[in-house]
Design a protein around this ligand. Structure first.
Ligand SMILES: [Zn+2]
Length: 334
């Protein structure tokens, strides 16, 4: 038996996902495991990756030497060359080494790193994009924050360290009083990410100008229970304050898409991330805007707006696709 395999890892703020698949990346051969992202020490994440990967190998009777490569997609910022995450508010340490500790456990297996959204766009590219959109393709995650991955002219945009396309920090309202995690005022994710929606709802409650009876009923009058999920639910039920916050989330997403399309002239933008649980309140308005009146937001021909069908797994699939593209020496990542 000399079947070869590819391993993929997706490191997020809450979950670490690991997958193994035959090197042909046939969907039905993907085996996966998931564990909580541990934040006890800076080595907690690399330790759990090694442990789960070892478990996957032994459960499936696969030897280390059958693995052609391990692709690692991680929440950033990432230093691709060093294989470490730096300054991550999500992951809890100023530097999180990945490459060195994983190499120790799996010597001689090539490791490939990619920032999670750059990985996700590779996942879309390999597993679901149509032929006519593959060369100019964007993936956007709307989750705790907002991130992006861009394929332009058939090449994945990577940047000097691996963090090109940090589109969530596009300044959509630089004179806003609302400050982003990054320190700037009025980034897109200040209005349209999960944290942004939550914080904007809390601000508006403090201001007290809009009626929020429905929202407060949903959280039993406990403001600390408000997250984006409750705001979207309240908006569906007609809550005045929540509708305004959801409208802003959608409006600034249009601004963000406009900026992306002006810069990258993309054929399609796929959306994913936890906020897409409420995609019915987000995506149709975006599609309508760009189909009917795109010129308000972008000078270029508008992109198609889509939803990834792989939900939380698109990053993991991207990590697998990354290894396949490396092995096949595809120009997309050269
Ligand atoms: Zn920012």
């Amino acid at each position: 038996m000399n079947v070869k395999f590819i391993a993929g890892v997706d490191i997020g703020g809450t979950w670490v996902r690991v997958a193994l698949c035959t090197a042909d990346l046939i969907e039905k051969n993907i085996k996966k495991k998931i564990t909580r992202t541990l934040k006890e020490t800076k080595y907690s994440i690399s330790n759990s990756i090694c442990q789960i990967l070892s478990e996957l190998l032994s459960e499936n009777h696969i030897n280390k030497d059958q693995i052609l490569g391990i692709g690692i997609a991680t929440a950033g910022p990432l230093n691709m060359e060093k294989g470490e995450v730096f300054n991550s508010s999500n992951l809890g340490f100023s530097v999180i080494p990945l490459k060195k500790p994983i190499e120790k456990k799996f010597p001689e297996i090539p490791l490939y790193f990619v920032n999670d959204c750059n990985g996700s766009v590779l996942g879309v590219h390999y597993f679901e994009a149509e032929d006519d959109e593959k060369d100019n393709l964007v993936y956007i995650t709307m989750s705790t924050g907002i991130g992006g991955g861009v394929i332009c002219n058939g090449h994945l945009l990577i940047g000097k360290e691996g963090n090109a396309a940090e589109v969530g920090h596009a300044l959509v309202e630089p004179r806003s009083r609302f400050v982003c995690n990054c320190g700037a005022h009025g980034c897109w994710e200040v209005f349209s990410s999960g944290t942004g929606v939550q914080n904007r709802a809390l601000d508006a409650l403090d201001e007290g100008e809009l009626n929020a009876e429905i929202l407060m009923r949903i959280v039993n009058n406990d403001k600390s229970k408000i997250t984006a999920k409750e705001v979207f639910q309240a908006a569906r039920e007609g809550d005045e304050l929540s509708k305004k916050i959801v409208d802003d989330c959608v409006f600034y997403s249009k601004v963000g898409i406009g900026i992306i399309n002006n810069f990258y002239d993309c054929s399609s933008i796929y959306f994913g991330g936890a906020m897409m649980k409420d995609h019915k309140q987000i995506i149709p308005s975006l599609i309508k805007q760009f189909e009917k009146d795109s010129i308000r937001f972008t000078i270029n021909h508008p992109p198609k707006i889509k939803l990834t069908k792989y939900k939380d797994e698109i990053g993991l699939r991207g990590a697998l696709a990354l290894v396949k593209y490396k092995i096949d020496k595809e120009k997309i990542i050269s």
